[in-house]
Design a protein around this ligand. Structure first.
Ligand code: FES
Length: 271
């Protein structure tokens, strides 16, 4: 069970794997995720289900800490100790008209299944992929295959527009596109500013939050976020929320609290 196949390195420290998980594959819908545990007693890592086939699911992860570093050493035929899911609510896939899909960094991966599903519903799909540099861009072929228009932005200008995804958003609108709905997934700071830009440009935006998760069932409170006037749990109430309702600054502060522990844990693993 949970055997890995077709492991591929997509960019520095970013890997794609297919994982045998027939029950999850049978029920997974765009926007949903799994929690993987690489080894018994290992950390629980939430990962979006990027694609599925009859008996397997595709996951994409970036090495950011001890457990993902372990996962990067897995080869084809190795197995995860546990994969739990599908978790979370599916994306609301409907016909909206023209939709804008914005993925930043590794956030491009969870955007892909939403992009494909919106396209299948007949939407005109415009995508923006952002990365720090050209060699960190992932899934460009898939994005150009399913998008009616694709914009690439890089911080250093090594590919596409030199700038941030928010510059791409402004360009789309100044080119005359009327956006009916948008999705943004990526680093929290990126989603915060994508939301601000969408508000200025006048269209609604959905974001997918992936804070620290432990149980994935609404019991531990680890993934708590403030949305509007209420406290929500990203694992059971989300992971998608309306961007303008998210308490971004509180979320950024909470995520910052774990940075030191994460670095220490990675250093420990190197010894
Ligand atoms: Fe524990 Fe969401 S992961 S409440």
């Amino acid at each position: 069970m949970f055997e890995i196949s077709e492991k591929k390195k997509l960019a520095q420290d970013v890997y794609s794997v297919w994982v045998e998980a027939p029950k999850i594959a049978a029920h997974a819908q765009p926007g949903q995720f799994v929690i993987v545990i690489a080894e018994e007693d290992g950390e629980r890592i939430p990962l979006t289900i990027v694609d599925k086939a009859e008996d397997k699911i595709r996951l994409i992860f970036q090495v950011v800490g001890k457990s993902t570093k372990k996962m990067a050493t897995f080869e084809n035929r190795d197995s995860f100790a546990h994969v739990v899911g599908p978790l979370g609510n599916p994306s609301e896939i409907e016909y909206y008209g023209t939709v804008l899909l914005i993925g930043g960094g590794i956030g491009v991966a969870p955007i892909l299944p939403i992009l494909k599903a919106l396209k299948e519903k007949g939407n005109r799909v415009i995508s923006i992929m952002g990365a720090r540099t050209a060699d960190l861009l992932i899934l460009e072929d898939e994005f150009s295959q399913f998008s009616d228009k694709l914009i690439v932005t890089t911080d250093d200008g090594s590919k596409g527009i030199k700038g941030l995804v928010t510059d791409g958003m402004k360009k789309v609108v100044s080119d005359g596109e009327k956006i009916d709905k948008a999705w943004a997934i990526g680093p929290v700071i990126m989603m915060k500013f994508a939301t601000k830009t969408a508000q200025e440009l006048g269209f609604p935006i959905i974001v997918s939050l992936n804070p620290i998760m432990v149980d994935g069932t609404g019991m531990c409170g680890g993934c708590r976020v403030t949305v509007g006037d209420s406290v929500k749990f990203a694992c059971v109430d989300g992971p998608e929320f309306e961007g303008e309702l998210v308490g971004w600054d509180e979320l950024l502060k909470r995520l910052g609290q774990y940075k030191v522990e994460e670095k220490e844990s990675l250093e420990e693993k190197k010894k």
